[in-house]
Design a protein around this ligand. Sequence first.
Ligand code: SAH
Length: 204
Amino acid sequence: MLGVQLRARGIVDERVLAAMAAVPRERFVPTESREEAYADRALRIAAGQTISQPYMVALMTQLLDPPLGCRVLEIGTGSGYQAAVIAAMGCDVLGVERLAELASSARERLEALGFGARVEIRVGDGSLGWAAGAPWPRIIVAAGAPSVPDELVAQLADGGRLVIPVGGRRDQELLLVERRGPKLVTTDHGPCVFVPLRGAGGWA
Ligand code: SAH
């Protein structure tokens, strides 16, 4: 996975590669998909949701570029895999997941793998961000939004980075939004396919 799927496609951040090597992805997929855990694609998890393709997790984490000890807001925790990768880089993650069922299994899984102290998971509408922890130096969204939600921009710290798929219901472009004082600089990092971000700042 590291060589063929990640390095060869431009994942160069050694901290990201080390974190991806350290997190056992097979523990985040349903038992019947264990053999495919490291395949080059997204896999189904519970409740009709997906765990993102390894390359997409790596690319998003590389764009997020969280320094050691950074606080990260993650929207759409799903299986908890992306949260574990960020925690393995020595960051503290607040994950927001709208489906209680997924949140509780992710919580248990992360606890069992020793990430419990670094990851906290809340159930709620993450399209509204998490105001109590704002401003956030880093925000990562693992579901596709129709546009960049205003609340996420409002909660992004100066010098902060927001990584989010934006576009249609079926496919999106991966955007990086950087705040530089009053200015927002947005760059496009290519096409991607995510489940829809639901809620007040997402799809109905
Ligand atoms: N990062 C996850 C991928 C999860 S797929 C992983 O590594 O496994 C996207 C997730 O976003 C789904 O679990 C879905 O329930 C959740 N989601 C969609 N809209 C949301 C919202 N408004 N707030 C929080 N979670 C949301």
